[in-house]
Design a binder for this molecule. Structure first.
Ligand SMILES: Nc1ncnc2c1ncn2[C@@H]1O[C@H](COP(=O)(O)OP(=O)(O)O)[C@@H](O)[C@H]1O
Ligand SMILES: [Mg+2]
Length: 247
């Protein structure tokens, strides 16, 4: 299995110089689905944004297939490593126009067949192509957002709380779509979620970020069944208390 992303002792500070991420080292192998959990404010979104080069580390190195991020073309990198956010932002125009945004940056377009194919991957009817994207429901917008990222044919998907704003049914539907992308297209996925049941259900591996560090990482089953770190134990136990038994 190929090593896709290598993170070497990455530090990220806020504008005032306070550490948000305090030295993170990790590896992402081709085809893995990693769920990332941890208390709110622990640095999860900051971590994902580094992997997509929305921001750069203050020190440390991030590599894609061995190549230092800083030596790569940013657009090319973002194309290979796509990100989807909690709140889908639709640009003005139709669903079709929203899907064409990514390819346009590379002076490319999508055929109607390719657009249909993208809609199929996110289980949206073709008839939505000509609809104003801003009139869609929250769940539909998140599907378009996912399809827009898939239009760039990314190798890696970074998902930041992508189901957090959705009702339970839409949330499970998006979850299912992502699992299909992982299983059928072998997409490598890093998925930040505060929904621990979801993290347990979908993850092969789970990383726990707390206080700007990865305090625990391992196969998802092990992390949930037998957490080693005090912070993980407390975090998971608290969630048990709040949500009842984790299934
Ligand atoms: N641009 C920024 N400037 C200053 N502080 C920030 C910035 N982005 C995030 N932070 C702070 O960094 C910490 C981690 O935030 P974040 O990565 O969003 O955590 P999480 O996604 O785990 O909830 C928080 O304390 C947050 O307030
Ligand atoms: Mg966050």
């Amino acid at each position: 299995m190929e090593e896709l992303i290598t993170i070497e002792n990455v530090v990220k500070n806020d504008d005032k110089g306070n550490a948000i991420l305090k030295g993170i080292s990790a590896k992402v192998m081709d085809g893995e689905l990693i769920t990332i959990i941890g208390p709110s404010g622990s640095g999860k979104s900051t971590f994902l944004s580094l992997l997509n080069r929305m921001t750069d580390p203050d020190s440390g190195i991030i590599r894609f297939k061995g190549k230092n991020y800083l030596e790569m073309n940013v657009l090319e990198l973002r194309r290979k490593i796509g990100m989807v956010f909690q709140v889908p932002t639709m640009l003005s125009g139709t669903v079709r126009e929203n899907l064409l945004i990514g390819p346009k940056l590379f002076r490319q377009t999508l055929s109607e067949e390719e657009i249909d194919n993208l809609l199929e991957q996110v289980a949206l009817p073709k008839t939505l192509k000509d609809q104003d994207a801003r009139t869609l429901s929250g769940g539909q917008k998140q599907r378009v957002s996912l399809a827009r990222t898939l239009a760039n044919k990314p190798e890696i998907l970074l998902l930041d709380e992508v189901t957090a704003s959705l009702d339970p049914t839409s949330s499970l539907e998006i979850e299912g779509l992502v699992q299909v992308l992982h299983e059928q297209q072998r997409k490598t996925i890093l998925w930040v979620t505060h929904n621990l049941k979801q993290a347990k259900r979908v993850g092969q591996y789970t990383w726990v970020i707390a206080n700007g560090k990865i305090v625990e990482q391992g196969p998802t089953e092990e992390v949930f069944e037998n957490p080693q770190h005090e912070i993980t134990k407390e975090f998971i136990v608290t969630a048990f208390d709040q949500e009842g038994e984790i299934q």
